[in-house]
Design a protein around this ligand. Sequence first.
Ligand code: FAD
Length: 295
Amino acid sequence: MKPAAFGYHRAHDVTDAIGLLGEFTAAGAEPKVIAGGQSLIPMMNFRLARPDVLVDLAPLRRDPALTAIRREDGALRIGALTTHRAVEVAGSALGSGFGVLAEAMRWVGHLPIRSRGTVGGSLVHGDATAEWCLLALLLDAQIVAEGPRGRRLIPAAEMFHGFYTTAVAPDEVVTEVRFTRPAPRAALTEFARRHGDFATVGAAVALVTGASGTLTGGRVVLGGVAPAPVRVPEAEAVLAGGIPGPELFDACGAAAAAAVDPPTDAAGSGAYRRRLTRTLVARALRQAWEKGNTE
Ligand code: FAD
């Protein structure tokens, strides 16, 4: 399949990209930035997206700020053009409390996709099962968006509005993602029919322990059960003050399954997704607990 006709411009830097987006929008055209192209190009080939013009961010990869991974004030800052693969190979270099980001990358498509697709692209694309979207909610990410009105920080909790819809405006460029909440006991797991496919359901969890090692709370994030990734407060409430172990983790999985109303589509029925939710939440909690605080 081939995309509809479109214009093409290469941006020199972020300012240039914002200028081009503003110029085309003002002229009544629908521009779109392209980063790794691993979601946008398939969407265009299927004619699900028909931008009039693409503004290519590829030359901006030369800007170290857009591909850097660094710690600052306890947070982890990742340039928006950083590839999934770069995060995967960074591994323990991400630092204490952020290992789950590298571990989760193995679930993202196949190696060629991970080597081209970007962190920023994944978040702006906003697929409800995308690993980066779940991780953003899990670790309180702030998405840095720059546009004609200046720079703003979008909290992950305000980022995902529904099917492939996010808070990033059409004339904005995401330049960085800041993960502000380290979580040493965190895990992401999922089920897909074939290796490399988007998940049918994905679960990301983090356990919070007190000074004496007791469980003081946790976070449960799900993908594939709603039009956007969601936190599940009903499941999180089960964890607070509980005694960690299979019984608690199963109860938390059951609470998560009871709280969601998943859609039915070609990948699975709502009832099937509910059963997956129960199993995957309990499994992710076990994995998170087994990690301990030694990461
Ligand atoms: P692009 O495709 O270039 O862009 C995607 C969208 O984001 C577009 O709307 C674009 O305008 C916008 N955008 C991109 N960058 C920016 C920016 N910096 N600022 C503002 N807007 C921006 N992903 C998963 O998460 N999990 C999977 O399991 C998975 N499996 C895949 C399997 C296949 C076969 C394929 C082809 C893709 C798969 N992907 C999966 C998608 C992949 O992770 C993409 O890399 C990612 O979703 C988008 O990143 P990108 O850089 O390629 O963005």
